[in-house]
Design a protein around this ligand. Structure first.
Ligand code: FES
Length: 149
């Protein structure tokens, strides 16, 4: 069972200068490329960039509906910044303990973008239909996972 400190603590993976975006059209690029499938956008970022920050810096919204108002601002406490990884799952940081709780009943390619570091090319789908607000990815679901029920 995960402790509250494990769930809500841990290192901040998103900070200023975590992501410096470079729009790329050059196929010979040297930076990791993030393709946002639904938006049809492709951006380059520094290795180790935070996926949520990269989306926001690109003008893309990782949140759905009311989650624009009630999200935690990228500190891994709300479970609303879900993305589906279409390609390149191995080019991302491993799932964190927080993600294991919030995404317990989601496929392995679902990630919390604020807890995800980009290390190579990846294609993601923002705001998947079953991404947030249901099952483990809700306050009730997270509390149940936290206490092993
Ligand atoms: S923004 Fe709250 S968990 Fe990612």
């Amino acid at each position: 069972m995960l402790s509250p400190a494990t769930i809500f603590g841990g290192p901040a993976v998103e900070g200023r200068n975590a992501c410096k975006l470079v729009r790329t059209k050059d196929p010979g690029r040297l930076v990791p490329t993030i393709r946002f499938e639904q938006e049809g956008q492709q951006v380059g970022c520094i290795e180790g960039a935070n996926l949520r920050r990269a989306a926001l810096d690109s003008g893309l919204n990782p949140y759905k509906g009311l989650n624009n108002l009630n999200n935690c601002g990228g500190v891994g406490q709300c479970g609303t910044c879900v993305v589906e990884v279409v390609e390149g799952l191995n080019n991302l940081s491993p799932r964190s303990d927080v993600e294991e709780v919030y995404l317990a009943d989601r496929p392995a390619n679902y990630r919390l973008s604020c807890r995800t570091t980009v290390n190579g090319d990846v294609t993601v789908r923002t705001r998947p239909d079953d991404g947030a607000g249901k099952g483990s990815n809700s306050l009730v679901g997270a509390v149940k996972s936290l206490f092993g029920r």
